[in-house]
Ligand binder design. Sequence first.
Ligand code: NAD
Length: 381
Amino acid sequence: VKIGSPREVFPGESRVAMTPDSAKQLQKLGYDCVIESGAGIAAGFSDALYAEAGVEVVNSAEELFASSDIIAKVRPPEESEIGLLSADKTLISFFYPASNEPLMEAAKQKGASVIAMDMVPRISRAQKMDALSSMANIAGYRAVIEAGNNFGRFFTGQVTAAGKVPPAKVLVVGAGVAGLAAIGTSTSLGAITYAFDVRPEVAEQIESMGAEFVYLEFDEEQTDGAATGGYAAPSSPEFREAQLAKFRELAPEVDIVITTALIPNRDAPVLWTKDMVEMMKPGSVIVDLAAERGGNCELTVKDEKIVTENGVTIVGYTDFPSRMAAQSSTLYATNIRHMMTDLTPEKDGKVNHNMEDDVIRGATITHEGAITFPPPPPKIQ
Ligand code: NAD
C-alpha cells in the first residue's frame, strides 16, 4: 500500500504533508512512500532528501494520485484534486467540511474516504494528531516574531551606555493554543505581557507563563463567556462593553497587540475597535490572527499589512504556519504519521479504517460512498 503527498496547489502555500523523516516512520508501519517532485522544496526538503529516505519521487500530481492509495496533503483539496480520487483511495488533509460541502459531496461521489485533520476530536488521546493545535502554536509564535519585525524597538528593557530602554508592553487577546504560544514567546523575549480571555480558567496558565491576566470589574466575573467543551461562547452585551472599556484603558499604554479570539462557527468577535487603534502610540503593532474569520481588529485587512494614519502597523496575514514551513511541515507530517499509526494497528502496511474508534470516526467525513459528517459526539473525553 502506498501513501503519497502532492505539491500543494494553493498559491503561496509552502508546507508539505510528508517529510523525509515522517516517510521513514511511515515505512516502519509497512507503507511505501511517494512524493511529487518539488513538493518539499519550499519547506527545505529537496527531492534528493526524499529519495535518500526511500521515497519514490514522481513528476506530476496525476502520477502521484494514480500511484498512491492514501494521499496526505495540507490544504483542503481543489476540485482538480478531487477529480483524481477514486473509490479505493483515502485522502487525509485539512478539509473544514462545514464550509466545504460541495467538495465533500464531490469526494463522496468519487467513493473516496476522506479524513479531515481539522475534525480530529480534541481529546487527550488524540493530541498527537491535533493539527489545529500544532499549527496554532506556530501561528502564535510567529505572530510575535512578525510583531517584533515591525516594531522599531526592543522587547526587553535594557540599561545601556547609550541610555535606558523601557520594556515593550504586549497585550494578547484570546489565550487558546495560539494565544498561549504568543504569551510564551513574548515573555521569553522580555516584554511585559498582559493577556485576556473570556474563559477565566486560563488565568492560571497565563500567570504561570509570567504574564498578567487582565481582570474585568464585572459582576458576573468573567464566567459569562465561559465555554462548553473548552470553547468560548459569544459574550453578553454588558460583558462585551466591560471588555471594550478595559481595552480602551490599555490602548494608549501597549506597544503590541496580538489578537487570537475565536468563537466556533462564527465570525471573529470585533474586540479592537477603530478608536482603540487611534489611541495607540505611533510605531505600535497589531497582529490579528483572527484575520481569516474577519479579524478581531476593526481595521484589519485580510492577507495584508497596513499602516494607519497615526502610524500603527496592522498585520492581517493568514499564512503564519506557511511562513515557517520547515517547522510546520515537520509537525504536521508528524500529526499525519500518528493518524496513520492509529489506522494501522497491526503495523502491516494495511489500513484498518475502524469506524468504532472515536478519533478515526470523528475525523472521517466520507467513507464507503456516504457522507459521515457531522460525527456523533465522542464517547470518551
Ligand atoms: P479558538 O482558536 O477557538 O479560540 C481562541 C481563544 O479565543 C479561546 O481561548 C477563546 O476562549 C478566546 N475568545 C473567544 N472570544 C473571546 C473574547 N471575546 N475575548 C477574549 N478571548 C476570546 O481556541 P483553541 O485555541 O482552538 O482552543 C480552545 C479550547 O480547546 C481551549 O480550552 C484549549 O485548551 C482546548 N483544547 C483542548 C485540546 C485537547 O484536550 N486535546 C486540544 C486543543 C485545544
